[in-house]
Design a protein around this ligand. Structure first.
Ligand code: 13P
Length: 276
């Protein structure tokens, strides 16, 4: 897979918003808005656990996919309050966000727990969207590249290359999340390139990598950007060759804001198709 064939993804992370009724309404509005569109990106809606089934049902007759915002890595057992991978697949969920910075910050998730969850997601055929990104302090101390590459390497520990190709990585600089602070698109692209290089480097000596003429592992995965993505910033973002879409918080909570993000990504898909 290369730039021309990587999946373009627009994912909405609804965080702790929307009751079941409101979630269904939003999902139905998005389904209706994209119904007659062609060349759609992969659209992934990630409501809270309580609304997953409602959203799965609302998108059933459409190509839209549903993701969870987190999960426990174990399949079952005495883990009060947790939701397992099999519980998600049982609902018809296809994606799961792993290691969002809010989970790392408020719920003590670590690179090690991200790795366990990533392995569990792959094992259960859930497509993981693994989040990485630096804090403002880390950026100001020039640590962006080392923090991001360490998070990527830790997430992928002991994951075979063939499995790694199934994952999606979202670069979400913490300082740009929910702040309205814009990460310049060229900078998002630069970090997306760094993520690809890091993944390729991890599998450099893997027999499955083949020789250096072949496409590298890092070129095959979809890399998204997240952090204050809005209809006013998406066009520039989608012009960046190493950014394959967006993981959207605030602007995913209303169809009027989310649908234009989908429409912007369609231009990129049309370009891809014209090059194939
Ligand atoms: P905002 O789009 O609200 O900045 O949130 C981004 C995010 O955290 C998506 O996971």
């Amino acid at each position: 897979m290369s730039e021309n064939t990587r999946k373009i993804i627009i994912a909405g992370n609804w965080k702790m918003h929307k009751t079941r009724h409101k979630a269904r309404e939003l999902a139905e509005a998005i389904v209706a808005a994209v119904k007659h569109h062609q060349d759609l990106p992969e659209i992934v809606l990630c409501p809270p656990f309580t609304a997953l089934l409602d959203v799965v049902q609302a998108v059933q007759q459409s190509p839209i996919k549903v993701g969870a915002q987190n999960m426990e890595h174990r399949t079952s057992g005495a883990f009060t309050g947790e939701i397992s991978p099999t519980m998600l697949t049982d609902l018809g969920v296809g994606y799961v966000i792993i290691g969002h910075s809010e989970r790392r910050q408020f719920f003590a998730e670590t690179n090690a727990s991200v790795n366990l969850k990533l392995k569990a997601a792959l094992e259960h055929n859930l497509t993981p969207i693994v989040c990485v990104g630096e804090s403002l302090d880390e950026r100001e101390a020039n640590l962006t590249d080392s923090v991001v590459s360490r998070q990527v390497a830790a997430a992928l520990t002991d994951i075979p290359q063939t499995e790694s190709l199934k994952l999606v990585i979202a670069y979400e600089p913490i300082w740009a999340i929910g702040t309205g602070k814009h990460c310049p698109s060229q900078e998002a692209n630069r970090v997306a390139q760094l993520i690809r290089r890091t993944v390729s480097e991890l599998y450099r000596n893997d027999p499955a990598s083949g020789n250096s003429d072949k496409v590298q592992a890092g070129d095959s995965i979809s890399v998204l950007y997240g952090g204050s993505v809005k209809p006013s910033t998406i066009d520039e973002l989608m012009d960046q060759p190493d950014v394959d879409g967006a993981l959207v918080g605030g602007a995913s909570l209303q169809a009027e804001e989310f649908v234009p993000l989908i429409e912007s990504s369609q231009k990129r898909i049309k370009q891809q198709l014209s090059r194939v």
